[in-house]
Design a protein around this ligand. Structure first.
Ligand SMILES: Nc1nc2c(ncn2[C@@H]2O[C@H](COP(=O)(O)OP(=O)(O)OP(=O)(O)O)[C@@H](O)[C@H]2O)c(=O)[nH]1
Ligand SMILES: [Mg+2]
Length: 427
């Protein structure tokens, strides 16, 4: 146990005792090893780099196998991610390896959003894990962890400087994943240029505040080698699945008209350093960092977004249960408030509608009264006319009677007319 751990335990009041004989808990590390071996391991690598930069070749070279490789076109409308999972075995250790490749990275005219699908992919894996963790019935022991443990960022061997796409992407990812930058196709750059290029890249990363993964120094057994390797970053790598005869041995190499670049020769490139650091020495640290640093950050932000906190505004610790209760009360109060508001709005609407209906009724009544009075007026006028006509009729009847009385007997209006007609010669 490290001395700092002992000190921490002493602080908490633990009492050191010496054992009189062997009890057997010194087998705990062996128990852990056995358990881990039977469970198997899982490791996920994300390769980010332009189309054709050598991602697949490097993966094949690293794991000494032939993964399924699809050549990407340079005409993808946007960046996509393709994940493939393989079960590998070395001695009695099983490794479930997922290789995620960017497809179409750096091929679009507008590269502003190129990093977004990568960020989304990483977040989605964290989210899936978080959802599993938050389940009542969790099955984390046989859960296929798809969180990205290492991100190999392939830098183009231009010898100049990083592209803005590289800086922007790495900056967006450095709090989410362990970034290990590598200079791809390092056989295409001369030794002196490579040295300068490495220095330039590191200074650009520092000046832009990009945090790349540093091989850990807290474990004494690997602190020395890790310190040396941190000084070699970014690794300049060469990939090849071809074997060339060098001396009397077949080695992985790239053969050119002027010579052979041996992948595993440390004078030729940093491939061995990368393999050593990524697979042999720091694979477990990469997995641990992913869980304790990057996932923890994602989880914290997500839970805070959902309103959970460890302390109240007065910095007193609050439990999840208390936070939940407060949230529940807030929610119920909000619900009640909304209900009251809706009720008020409803009452208001009913009142408005009632007023509208009353107004319409009043208008209708007014119109009815108007029509009624006009009708009465017209009726009175008609009655007056009728009365006058009746009067006329009566007086006419009277006059007719009077006229009939005044006529001499045998005189008729017709007789007069007959006579008149005879006189006028119209017969
Ligand atoms: N000079 C040189 N060529 C390499 C190296 N690694 C790969 N290549 C070549 O580069 C070409 C593309 O390699 P891939 O490994 O398919 O590249 P990729 O990044 O996986 O390509 P996509 O998946 O299509 O984006 C092939 O012709 C490889 O032989 C290297 O280290 N040096
Ligand atoms: Mg590929």
């Amino acid at each position: 146990m490290a001395s700092s751990d002992v000190a921490r335990q002493l602080d908490k009041g633990a009492r050191p005792l010496s054992l009189a004989g062997h009890v057997g808990f010194d087998s705990l590390p062996d128990q852990l090893v056995n358990k881990s071996i039977s469970q198997g391991f899982c490791f996920n690598i994300l390769c980010i780099g332009e189309t054709g930069i050598g991602k697949s070749t490097l993966m094949d070279t690293l794991f000494n196998t032939n993964f399924e490789n699809f050549e990407s076109s340079h005409f993808e409308p946007q960046v996509k991610l393709r994940a493939q999972t393989y079960d590998l075995q070395e001695s009695n250790v099983r490794l479930r390896l997922t290789v995620v490749n960017t497809v179409g990275f750096g091929d679009q005219m507008n590269k502003q959003e190129s990093y977004q699908p990568v960020v989304d992919y990483i977040d989605k894996q964290f989210e899936t894990y978080l959802q599993e963790e938050l389940k009542i019935k969790r099955s984390l022991h046989n859960y296929h962890d798809s969180r990205v443990h290492a991100c190999l960022y392939f830098i183009s061997p231009s010898g100049h400087s990083l592209k803005s796409l590289d800086l922007v992407t790495m900056k967006k990812l450095d709090s989410k994943v362990n970034i290990i930058p590598v200079i791809a196709k390092a056989d295409t750059i001369s030794k002196s240029e490579l040295h300068k290029f490495k220095i330039k890249i590191m200074s650009e990363l520092v000046s832009n505040g990009v945090q790349i993964y540093q091989f850990p120094l807290d474990d004494e057994t690997v602190a020395k080698v890790n310190t040396t390797m941190n000084g070699h970053l970014p690794f300049a790598v060469v990939g090849s699945t071809e074997e060339v005869c060098v001396g009397n041995k077949m080695v992985k190499a790239r053969q050119y008209p002027w010579g052979v670049v041996q992948v595993e020769n440390e004078h030729h490139c940093d491939f061995v350093k990368l393999r050593e650091m990524l697979i042999c020495v720091n694979m477990e640290d990469l997995r641990e960092q992913t869980h304790t640093r990057h996932y923890e950050l994602y989880r914290r932000c997500k839970l805070e977004e959902m309103g959970f906190k460890d302390t109240d505004p007065e910095c007193k610790p609050v439990s999840l249960q208390q936070t939940y209760e407060v949230k529940r009360q807030e929610f119920l109060a909000e619900l009640q408030k909304r209900e009251d508001e809706m009720r008020q709005v409803f009452v208001q609407r009913v009142k408005e509608k009632e007023a509208e209906l009353k107004e319409a009724e009043r208008q209708l009544q007014g119109r009815f009264e108007q029509l009624k009075s006009r009708h009465a007026e017209e009726k009175a006028a008609l009655e007056e006319k009728k009365r006058l006509l009746d009067n006329d009729l009566t007086s006419f009847g009277n006059r007719k009677t009077a006229a009939a009385l005044l006529q001499p007997p045998g005189f008729t209006v017709n007789g007069k007319k007959d006579k008149d007609r005879k006189n006028s010669g119209f017969m």
